[in-house]
Design a protein around this ligand. Structure first.
Ligand code: SF4
Length: 200
């Protein structure tokens, strides 16, 4: 626990959370395909999971590269336990930021009468990781300094991309009840009480 506390304090001093978001209109959807004009996404079973959607929200998020540089220094200094713990803290932080952005997108959508789905990312649940290039075409990472290599590796490493669907009749909560983890206190659209949120 002492090691964790040390890593948490170090992590908090190094985090630089940033996100860029782009909403795009869906011009055609069917089966596994979502067309947004110049970008056509191929997402297995998306119609089954999300139902009828007319917008997608794409985002690139990062906590910066300071934690991974510090992890490398600690590793070099053979401080392996602290290096591993700091790396875990950084992974937890970037996931929490993704949850926070998903909640914010949901709040934005609900205010426009649009239901917003759980987030998904290329490389998960049979969605081909090479679709990262299409997601970066929808929402470039440049504004926050995130780049994508030919091998679909993001730099800084503690970065995530995500996609949500939105529509008046979108099917929400396809893999977890979002409201149960959402920090928005006075949300008029809340579907379930908040059990444990990412916004302490
Ligand atoms: S409480 Fe539910 S509906 Fe409201 S913003 Fe959060 S996830 Fe969306």
């Amino acid at each position: 626990m002492a090691l964790f506390d040390e890593a948490l304090a170090l992590g908090r001093s190094l985090l630089a959370p940033r996100a860029v978001v782009r909403w795009r209109r869906v011009v055609r959807a069917g089966g596994d395909r979502l067309e947004t004009g110049d970008v056509v996404l191929d997402i297995p079973d998306v119609a089954d999971h999300w139902g009828a959607i007319d917008h997608v929200g794409a985002a690139v998020i990062t906590i910066g590269d300071a934690t991974e540089r510090r992890v490398a220094e600690l590793w070099e200094a053979r401080e392996l336990p602290l290096a591993m713990m700091l790396d875990s803290v950084a992974s937890g932080a970037v996931e929490s930021l993704a949850e926070y952005v998903n909640d914010q997108l949901c709040q934005d959508g609900e205010a426009l009468g649009l239901r917003v789905t759980n987030r998904i990312s290329p490389g998960y649940a049979r969605w081909d990781v090479r679709e990262q290039f299409k997601l970066f075409a929808l929402c470039p990472g440049d504004p926050i300094g995130v780049t994508l290599s030919e091998a679909c590796y993001m730099t800084p490493a503690k970065s995530i991309t995500l996609l949500v669907g939105a529509g008046p009749a979108a099917r929400v909560d396809h893999y977890f009840t979002q409201c149960a983890r959402c920090w928005m206190r006075d949300c008029a659209y809340r579907r379930a009480p908040a059990l444990r949120t990412v916004h302490g």
